[in-house]
Design a protein around this ligand. Structure first.
Ligand code: HEC
Ligand code: HEC
Ligand code: HEC
Ligand code: HEC
Length: 188
């Protein structure tokens, strides 16, 4: 009798400890950050003298990556895989959108319709988008902004999506494609 009474709380404690350990392993900086959306980033990154990042993105195909999942071509690809609606299907969204994952945090201005947006590449921005943090590279990286200072890290990012797992993949020439979407801050 005494034994049985003891076993229940002991198991409960063991379970709680396991859960805590597990959830700690899952929490990275990026999981705590929320996606603020391209409108929020674009506010400070649209002037010509600063490099017109917003406009360069708006003129790229990344802007339509979610919408294209509603096209006849997308529906045909999906149908062949037994997928009813590509805009609701993780197997397509994984490269065509952000913020759709269960538990993903998104701010009011965020829209999944904006497809492959700033934070698809730079990381969820709630903790690094303030002027103070943005001006300090080390602080921004510590707050969840992706660091591209290592050789090859830009290409490594591109090929997480531009690879043969894309149903329409026809190869990826990094140097050429990066030139098409590069959006540097003018030096001066
Ligand atoms: C309040 C204005 C503001 C907002 C909002 C903002 N930025 Fe910035 N960002 C800046 C300023 C200022 C710099 C520094 C520019 C410089 O160093 O010349 C910067 C720099 C950057 C850099 C280069 C940082 C580095 O150290 O390499 C990236 C990348 C960037 N921003 C992306 C973003 C993204 C993505 C968002 C949205 C999540 C965003 N920014 C939102 C003002 C802002
Ligand atoms: C999160 C996934 C993802 C990442 C990361 C990504 N892309 Fe894309 N990219 C896409 C998708 C999806 C499309 C297709 C959009 C459409 O046509 O509707 C696309 C289209 C493009 C296009 C136009 C189509 C083409 O092949 O010419 C260019 C150029 C491009 N990406 C360059 C890049 C470069 C350079 C990088 C790395 C700096 C990059 N992308 C990173 C998902 C991604
Ligand atoms: C591994 C990442 C990845 C996955 C998964 C993925 N896509 Fe894409 N998709 C891309 C990229 C990158 C492009 C642009 C270049 C290319 O075709 O590889 C693209 C382009 C497209 C295009 C052509 C857009 C245009 O402008 O012509 C369609 C349609 C499309 N994808 C539909 C889908 C559908 C439907 C699914 C799910 C069954 C899916 N994709 C899954 C990465 C992906
Ligand atoms: C497809 C991926 C991708 C998307 C989408 C994207 N960026 Fe970037 N961005 C990069 C990469 C990669 C770099 C690093 C370039 C380097 O270090 O040479 C960069 C650099 C920057 C820089 C710093 C440029 C410099 O000269 O230091 C700013 C600012 C920036 N991005 C803002 C934005 C904003 C704002 C958006 C959305 C409107 C955006 N980016 C969308 C991949 C992307």
């Amino acid at each position: 009798m005494f034994k049985k009474l003891f076993i229940v709380p002991a198991l409960t404690i063991a379970f709680v400890l396991l859960t805590i350990n597990y959830s700690q392993a899952q929490v990275s900086l990026n999981d705590k950050n929320s996606y603020t959306g391209v409108k929020s980033c674009g506010m400070c990154h649209k002037k010509d003298k600063d490099g017109s990042q917003l406009k360069i993105w708006e003129e790229s195909k990344h802007v339509q990556a979610f919408k294209v999942l509603a096209s006849p071509e997308a529906k045909k690809i999906a149908a062949a895989k037994g997928i009813a609606d590509p805009q609701k299907e993780k197997a397509c969204l994984i490269c065509h959108a952000i913020g759709y994952q269960a538990g993903a945090l998104v701010d009011k201005k965020f829209s999944i319709e904006d497809g492959v947006q700033c934070e698809s590449c730079h990381g969820a921005g709630s903790e690094y988008k303030s002027m103070k943090v943005m001006k300090n590279h080390t602080a921004a990286v510590a707050a969840g902004m992706r660091d591209f200072s290592k050789d090859g890290s830009i290409k490594d990012l591109c090929i997480t999506c531009h690879n043969e797992k894309s149903p329409t993949f026809k190869g990826f020439n990094f140097e050429e494609k990066w030139k098409e979407i590069a959006h540097p801050i003018p030096k001066g």
